[in-house]
Design a protein around this ligand. Structure first.
Ligand SMILES: O=P(O)(O)OC[C@H]1O[C@](O)(CO)[C@@H](O)[C@@H]1O
Length: 604
């Protein structure tokens, strides 16, 4: 990833946005990175042999890392923390069985802590051996910081979840497992419900102490910055707008719009998803003054600076979690998403241990004339009959006659459809959707997948039983038409600026405002995080009225995060703009701004 900057998309869409390291911070690569770690370790150890502790996020390739250490620090003994002190995998499997469940997709969120995966006596033994070391020593592995001693240099070898997923798909096993060929859904489940929960909880506790942060996403070499530079970059990132690194993924219903408009790999058959704001999974690129870049998980910023990023009230409600998700669903020239429903809050808490649910909405960025959205059951539908028809369809007896049971609404550019959990829905073919939703993203109960198989050639999991327990049958034609379709309310119109509320539904916690303007729109975070996307116009820039941050350019379809700590900001016509009018959509968490309670993200 480092230093490889692809051309932006046709609309200027930047696929590798970066954030700055504090001025003067250095970034070291490969041999110079190891030399710098060695220099610091020698300094720290004094007359003792240097000691380096490298705590690795589960997913980091330990044998590749060991190879790099042996090549670059040949005097060092390498001790594998996991071999030395981790519990046998059979014991771990038994311990987390309750979280994994037998289901292919859904598990139960783990609240375990890292010490539960290790033998405490073995860790203590290792600590004693390290005190008596005779040679320079590196301890590597997940949880290595548990044996930290005062004269050690501590390194966090980090990896974003998207990179971990790529590796799992390519045959990498889960942490200490041998499940190389296991179904990717099950591997992902083990990461999502257990490994990444425990690992995020653990790494957060060492952020304040790490001497170096190591980027291990490249398979050929590592990049390194000091812990101070990392912590400084995290603080700096909350002082102005920023973007995470988007990622794109093909799928059975994927389309051609993103490939064309964002100039993605033309050899891919399609792209279904574009994740432009899912900090749990995306990465951030840190850029040094000399232009060098390295990749870190975007979740690090949420964990390190939750108050400044989210704001006090959002943090109070969600903890260190980024609650708003922006992603793209591209079916232009593709097919329908699975007909689906998401769990009610009560159900997701009770069944999967998630605090909040997958409330969603579809903002139509673009579409063809024939495009429709499926939303809510038709008035008069008999629930038993529909569930029976879904079962029969899944058993292969006959296709599910979706139009008989489910409403379809024609879609046009800039429509916003609201999808509170419990509402049956899916995007049809030939739509380019910007999803503005709550962060949970895997709690999808597929009811019908149109009789097709997944990209791996096997049917995707269908969850009619879960679905049945969550479908709100009173969300019928009238209710959906009155509550979820075309809910645009004009809030103000002054000169060339119009502000509208476009959603979400009152059962959902996200407020969305749309601003149409020719010159500028003034905003204020009022102490809560804002997420924006430029849905009309080629280019705007976000500026600080008091010059706190440098102007930040946003191109068409780019999602940008404005941290709570920013306060007032202005979105105005960009320096190279050619469009006559612009529109942004802006999401924030209702009731979390200071001042005007009813207008969480109101313009000023
Ligand atoms: O299940 P499908 O058909 O892939 O649907 C698209 C998926 O993308 C999401 O909208 C976001 O990840 C889910 O809600 C949904 O499951």
């Amino acid at each position: 990833m480092a230093n490889k900057i692809p051309a932006p998309g046709r609309n200027g869409y930047d696929k590798l946005p970066s954030i700055s390291l504090p001025a003067g911070s250095e970034m070291w690569t490969g041999i110079t990175a190891w030399a710098e770690i060695d220099r610091m370790a020698a300094l720290r150890a004094g007359i003792e042999p240097p000691l380096v502790i490298i705590d690795c996020y589960p997913g980091v390739d330990l044998s590749a890392l060991t190879g790099e250490i042996t090549a670059n620090l040949p005097d060092y003994d390498v001790v594998d923390m996991e071999q030395s002190a981790a519990l046998p995998i059979a014991g771990i499997d038994a311990m987390i069985a309750r979280n994994l469940t037998d289901d292919r997709v859904f598990g139960l969120m783990s609240h375990a802590t890292i010490d539960e995966f290790f033998n405490p006596e073995r860790i203590a033994d290792l600590g004693r051996q390290l005190m008596l070391r005779q040679a320079p020593t590196v301890v590597i592995g997940w949880g290595a910081a548990q044996v930290r001693t005062s004269d050690a240099v501590v390194v966090l070898a980090d990896m974003p979840r998207w990179e971990i997923q790529r590796r799992l798909r390519a045959g990498a096993p889960n942490w200490r497992c041998t499940n190389f060929d296991e179904d990717i859904l099950r591997k992902y489940k083990r990461g999502f419900f257990v490994e990444w929960r425990v690992a995020d909880r653990h790494k957060r506790t060492i952020f304040d102490q790490i001497d170096f942060l190591l980027d291990t996403t490249s398979t050929t070499t590592v990049n390194v910055v000091t812990g101070d530079a990392f912590r400084g970059a995290m603080k700096l990132a909350t002082q102005g707008p920023f973007r995470v690194v988007p990622f794109f993924d093909p799928g059975v219903w994927g389309g051609q719009w993103m490939k064309d408009r964002l100039e993605l790999d033309p050899t891919q058959e399609n792209y279904a998803w574009g994740f432009d704001c899912v900090p749990e999974e995306n990465s951030l690129l840190l850029q040094a003054n000399d232009g060098k870049r390295m990749e870190i998980p975007a979740i690090d910023l949420v964990l390190a600076q939750p108050r400044e990023l989210l704001g006090e009230k959002t943090f109070a409600r969600f903890g260190a979690e980024f609650p708003i998700r922006f992603d793209f669903l591209d079916t232009m020239g593709g097919g329908e998403l699975s007909l689906q429903v998401h769990p009610l809050t009560d159900y997701i808490q009770d069944t999967f241990g998630m605090n909040y649910t997958q409330d969603e909405s579809y903002y139509i960025l673009d579409c063809d004339d024939d495009a429709v959205v499926y939303l809510g059951v038709k008035t008069g539908v008999d629930p038993h009959q529909m569930v029976a028809a879904l079962h029969e369809a899944t058993d292969g007896q006959h296709p599910f006659p979706a139009e008989e049971y489910i409403n379809t609404f024609p879609v046009k550019k800039h429509d916003h459809f609201l999808i509170p959990a419990g509402t049956v829905h899916c995007s049809g073919a030939n739509s380019m959707v910007l999803e503005i939703s709550a962060t949970p993203f895997i709690f999808t109960f597929k009811l019908w997948d149109w009789g097709r198989v997944g990209t791996d050639g096997i049917p995707r999991p269908i969850n009619i039983e879960h679905g049945e327990r969550n479908i709100q049958w009173d969300r019928n034609t009238e209710w959906v038409s009155d509550n979820l379709v075309g809910q645009v309310e004009v809030l103000s119109e002054v000169a060339d600026l119009r502000e509208e509320r476009t959603g979400l539904h009152e059962l959902e916690f996200i407020e969305v405002r749309r601003h149409w303007f020719a010159t500028e729109a003034r905003h204020d975070t009022r102490g809560t995080v804002n997420v924006l996307n430029l849905v009309e116009g080629d280019e705007v820039e976000i500026v600080s009225p008091s010059g706190v941050f440098s102007p930040f350019v946003v191109h068409y379809a780019e999602t940008v995060i404005v941290p709570a700590a920013v306060g007032p900001y202005v979105v105005r016509r960009g320096p190279h703009a050619t469009s006559a009018k612009f529109a942004t959509v802006k999401a924030s968490v209702r009731g979390t701004s200071f001042g005007d309670e009813d207008s969480a993200s109101a313009s000023v």
